[in-house]
Design a protein around this ligand. Structure first.
Ligand code: SF4
Length: 451
């Protein structure tokens, strides 16, 4: 018997990831308490002042600061996003790049508050977003913008009943109603005001104000994102009906068809009546983009928007996104593992590794002067026309276990430029130019030769 126990213990020593049943139960109990607390926090009733804040830089539309998003599993806490800080300037495209599992999609899901609850939670940090919200009266109703004549008087129209006949009051006088201003798609306009919200502190219910209208998301696989049992029209109309106060079914239909037109779909009336399975992959992705645009978002999060498409359709979709971003004067947070897409689309690039940002800067800085050994490795692994080598470069080794992250540089086991200091603490972010930052001991004040 003692022989078996010794064997067990030896095996346990061999694997640092071994957990006994008792340990698993203790972790699960501890995690359940944290998840309950975080879920309760999201479901609380909160006054707007609790999650209103200010931007650090008014030129930004999104500022993520020291974000920690965790998954609470029975084996331990997976720190999928572990202290991420970056901003999206208004009107620009920021590309987030890194290998699978580095935390780029979890970052974007955190911005939308769409982490798989209760296991997935925003644990701490701030996500500041500059939203354009409806101005509300004392009753909480959105304030319409009325159309004025040349004398500044509100234009009034004859009110009609459901059959289209003129409505009259009890004295037989015609009932007049003020005419509301509409945009180019015929959608009614309301007074708006800028408000900055901290999404990490917003209750889930309040998030409906931003999700779909202010921040829209384009997912990588349109077939799994569109509902197969509803027509494209049903699904597109829903966005307008949900997010535009007072929109009628006819307003929604007109806007949906305009949106389909905008993303270059031929015969939009026919596509409006089609089901997702009747469309090709490229058309479905265009529908997803039109759905994202239907709420007039200020920020579009595109999570691998072209992964499921073939190369020619990829190029068309990227052209379309670039064109639309300028037309709606929006900003894009582009998540991808494809450096080619970043080079083509983005103004700024953020490189993530194992839940942390290891380098960020303008696209030209990262492509022409990569500094972190991981970014240099990523660049080298791109196939090029002038390469003489028959095999592609790959970065040896694996990402460390996300449950037991070391306290030194996460890239140390794979790095070919290690120095003595790499055995110490995790490197802090060093600024090498006004826009270029890198987290690596080679660029500390001590330099690569210091101890
Ligand atoms: S800190 Fe050290 S181990 Fe980490 S990437 Fe830089 S040189 Fe490599």
């Amino acid at each position: 018997m003692s022989l078996f126990r010794k064997k067990d213990e030896a095996e346990k020593e061999k694997s640092s990831h071994y957990l006994t049943g008792r340990e698993v139960r203790a972790i699960a109990k501890e995690n359940a308490a944290v998840m309950r607390r975080l879920e309760k926090y999201k479901k609380r009733r909160a006054d707007e002042s609790e999650f209103r804040t200010e931007m650090r830089d008014p030129a930004n539309i999104l500022e993520i600061e020291d974000l920690h998003s965790y998954f609470f599993t029975d084996q331990g806490v997976v720190k999928a996003v572990n202290g991420v800080t970056f901003s999206v300037p208004q009107g620009s495209t920021v590309g987030v790049v890194g290998e699978s599992g580095c935390g780029k999609s979890v970052t974007s899901m955190s911005v939308m508050q769409l982490l798989q609850a209760p296991q997935g939670q925003i644990f701490s940090g701030s996500i500041r977003f500059k939203s354009l919200d409806f101005k509300r009266d004392e009753k909480g109703e959105a304030i319409p913008i009325w159309e004025l004549d040349e004398n500044g008087e509100v234009i009034k129209d004859q009110a009609l009943d459901k059959e289209g006949n003129p409505r009259v009051d009890k004295n037989g006088q015609p009932i007049l109603i003020p005419r509301q201003k509409v945009d180019e798609y015929g959608t009614k306009l309301y007074e708006m005001e800028e408000k900055v919200f901290d999404i990490a502190k917003m209750p889930t219910k309040e998030m409906y104000r931003l999700r779909g209208r202010q921040i829209a998301m384009i997912f990588q696989e349109p077939m799994t994102s569109l509902n197969p049992v509803f027509t494209i029209g049903n699904q597109l109309d829903e966005v307008t009906l949900l997010h535009v106060p007072g929109a009628t079914a006819e307003d929604a239909r007109r806007r949906s068809i305009e949106m389909l037109n905008l993303v270059g779909i031929a015969m939009p009336e026919r596509v409006y009546k089609s089901f997702p399975h009747e469309l090709s992959g490229g058309m479905r992705q265009r529908v997803m983009i039109s759905m994202a645009l239907a709420g007039n978002p200020r920020l579009i999060i595109a999570d691998e928007p072209t992964t499921a498409l073939d190369v020619t359709i990829q190029a068309q979709i990227l052209d379309l996104l670039r064109d639309l971003k300028d037309r709606i004067n929006g900003s894009i947070l582009l998540i991808t593992h494809d450096l080619g897409i970043i080079a083509e689309m983005a103004d700024y690039e953020v490189v993530m590794y194992a839940g942390r940002i290891i380098e960020q800067g303008t696209v030209s800085e990262i492509f022409h002067h990569p500094m972190h050994p991981y970014t240099i490795g990523l660049q080298k692994s791109k196939p090029t026309m002038d390469s003489e080598s028959e095999t592609l470069f790959n970065i040896p080794g694996n990402v460390p276990n996300p449950i037991n992250m070391p306290d030194y540089c996460y890239f140390r086991e794979r790095c070919n430029r290690c120095i003595d200091r790499c055995k110490g603490d995790y490197p802090r972010m060093v600024q090498v130019s006004p826009t270029h930052f890198v987290a690596c001991h080679l660029y500390d004040e001590e330099g690569p030769d210091g101890n």
